[in-house]
Write a protein that binds this ligand. Structure first.
Ligand code: F6P
Length: 326
């Protein structure tokens, strides 16, 4: 399966960006050059592959980006990639540039699309999981997750200062699409009094009682981290304010700030290792595989295996956070 001789590879970053994508692009480009391959940057994700926005990359084109957030290749949500006719155009473009293998750096949507390409063609497809949501199975972490957790943590710590000064309750909405993995991690490490995630039910009366009891004990601030996939911060804030007569509730939506910024050391390390291993997996004809972080090792896991499983928030972490935030 797959093209026999590897002369050139392409790299793209479809879907939502994540801090560390640039570090991964750098690793892919430099590893490819080290192994005497030509390497092409495909701009704006799958959309750029369809429209032929493909440019050669060299050592210099990835200089000075190891620490930069976002993606120099830009990105684009591309529902039109579902159209087989447009995918045929994309495949023709890959052939025109003599590209034999493609490294796709992105989230679960990009993985699903890469799997379709792998099934329909003989291009070597490798996926590098990069998403602030950390919602991809078979890997402990995705590139960008640690950075987003730290960005959110920094914001919550600051909000805690003003919450304590005014003796208020703050509801803080965190991203994560339909998963609570990011919110749970942020809630645990910021010492949130409550964490609301789609994977667990909440009882607004019990939460209000806990806040009232805490206030009687002299607790000044309450932080409630809400995953956007569970309920909007605004809606939760309204429900809670109705139950709390004497305590003011404020809502803060962290939003896209969580997707930006310079990647942390952990996000960069993952990106360096996964980027290099992705290219070497193509050269070694490993098939359609995703790079996966397990303990401190990077493994190559077949697409089939990754797509079979669903990652879920670890409810033991929720219990731990509850126990520690009384
Ligand atoms: O998947 C990453 C993510 O940031 C999610 O956490 C969020 O729900 C979504 O992307 C937002 O997407 P967009 O920037 O397209 O609104």
């Amino acid at each position: 399966m797959g093209k026999n001789k590897i002369d050139a590879i392409g790299v793209l970053t479809p879907g939502g960006d994540a801090p560390g994508m640039n570090t991964a692009i750098r690793a892919v480009v430099r590893t490819a050059i080290f192994h005497n391959l030509r390497v092409y940057g495909i701009h704006k994700g799958w959309h750029g592959l369809i429209t032929g926005q493909i440019n050669p990359m060299d050592i210099k084109s990835v200089g000075g980006i190891i620490n930069r957030g976002g993606t120099i290749l830009h990105t684009h949500r591309c529902p039109e990639f579902r159209d087989p006719k447009l995918r045929a155009v994309a495949y023709k473009n890959l052939d025109e540039y003599g590209i034999d293998g493609v490294v796709v750096i992105g989230g679960d949507g990009s993985l699903a699309a890469a799997n379709i390409v792998a099934k329909e063609t003989d291009f070597h497809m490798v996926h590098i999981p990069a998403s602030i949501d950390n919602d991809i199975s078979c890997t402990d972490y995705t590139i960008g997750f640690d950075t987003a957790v730290n960005t959110a943590l920094d914001a919550v710590d600051k909000i805690r200062d003003t919450a304590a000064s005014h003796e208020r309750v703050f509801v803080i909405e965190v991203m994560g699409r339909k998963h609570g993995i990011l919110a749970l991690e942020v809630g645990l490490v910021c010492g949130a009094e409550e964490i609301i995630i789609p994977e667990a039910k909440f009882n607004i009366n019990k939460i209000a009682d806990k806040i009232n009891e805490g206030r009687e004990r002299g607790k000044t601030s309450f932080i409630i981290v809400v995953a956007e996939g569970a309920i909007s911060g605004a809606e939760f804030g309204k429900k809670l304010q109705k139950k709390l007569k004497r305590i003011k509730v404020r809502v803060s939506v962290l939003g896209h700030i969580q997707r930006g910024g310079s990647p942390t050391a952990i996000s960069r390390e993952l990106a360096c290792k996964m980027g290099a291993k992705a290219v070497e997996s193509i050269i070694a004809h490993r098939g359609s595989v995703m790079m996966a972080a397990r303990s401190e090792y990077i493994c190559a896991v077949p697409f089939k295996e990754v797509l079979k499983k669903k990652k879920r928030a670890d409810l033991d972490h929720l219990r731990l956070a509850e126990m520690l935030s009384i």
